[in-house]
Design a protein around this ligand. Sequence first.
Ligand code: ZN
Length: 496
Amino acid sequence: MTQPLLIYNTLSRTKQLFKPVTPGRVGMYVCGPTVYGDAHLGHARPAITFDLLFRYLQHIGYKVRYVRNITDVGHLEHDADEGEDKIAKKARLEQLEPMEVAQYYTNRFHDAMSRLNCLPPSIEPHATGHIIEQIQLVKEILDNGYAYESQGSVYFDVEKYNGKYRYGKLSGRNLTDVINNSRELDGQSEKHNQVDFALWKAAQPEHIMRWPSPWSDGFPGWHCECTAMGRKYLGAHFDIHGGGMDLVFPHHECEIAQAVASQGSDMVNYWMHCNMVTIGGQKMGKSLGNFITLNEFFNGTHEKLTQAYSPMTIRFFILQAHYRSTVDFSNEALQAAEKGLQRLMGAVSDLKRIVPSKQSDEQTHKVVSELRQKCYDAMNDDLASPLVISHLFDASTVINKILDHKATISEADLKELSDTIHLFAIDILGLTADTSATNAAREEAFGHVVDMLLEQRAIAKQNKDWATSDKIRDSLAELGFEVKDTKDGATWVLNK
Ligand code: ZN
């Protein structure tokens, strides 16, 4: 049975019942990374949010085609049409071929995504692999009269478009505001209006990433790739387009304009955006220079981090907030997430230790019989993952009670409890046991045990009980712990 899934549509500003264009199938496009640097926490959020949606849509019976692009050309230093291409700049600074830069960071992005347990998308198209499709899109917009050529570049005519359609309907801006807020920049005299955006840019002589086109040797504007590749792989009308909230304007607003100007109608039915990760209340991002990369989190190597955080802690931290609320980074919040994850995954492993009774007590039966529907209701209400987690915590309380012999559970209820927890915690939320955290906790505990033994040895030595003192030292040596006596007392190292 397909669940009645409500999702918040940024375009309508309401929650809408999800109904796909083609029954049983979902086309979903998510804007992927620009591959000129390591992914940071701000990138983890859309990846995890849309992974949750991807997993859930599949679970409730849809065949999902999930497309997430790799931006490897056309994203200039400033989100307006100015500056150097971000990848070309990195390549120039490091004396690399631009595709070397793109491949290097694509590989690292994939590695980080897999550690976060984000499933790979169905198709991962590269902008540079779809120049022909982008040129075709630009031609259509030109033919329909919503773009103009200027000195080898092609710009979208926003004012003309706005005369017939509405520019700004996604972000809720009107054209006058956009005009008042845009900066007049040097070298942009080739535009008729400062709000016009580039569909094709003629390459400067020193620009290394360039392709031939009817207008000039150049490269596509950043917004073109998602419209062209979304249409190629998902069709002229598809279901979901997602990304971070910072993409609403100008990127997605421009994508809507391009789609409508080329084909006369909207391409996307549901626009979904996850909120930002903030740090001290400010958006975490490359442009602000206040970001912490995922690898820095995993290794604990950033000055703002008091410890390393495992990929699963990061995933749990993101899922603990609703995707449309902001999440503020702090060590305290991450440490709380680490504990929450351990508690939840502890409950998953504790399930195996439960011995069922003849029947469940009333309270246990109530919690178990309601759990599955409560989790579905939460997911169906615009992916309320924090609520799912709180229902799973309620279930973990029941598990603890059973193990403490303060509650009983029947075999049938135990199976239902186990199936539901596995379904939502592991299959849908995508959580896994955090072995690195468990191992670190174990190692720490081992260390304390060795310290305690050495204290006992010190007492034995004080009492001139050499037999006990030697026995402790020799037994530890057998286990690989080398004990060294110093004038400040005994120390140990593990030689393994
Ligand atoms: Zn995009």
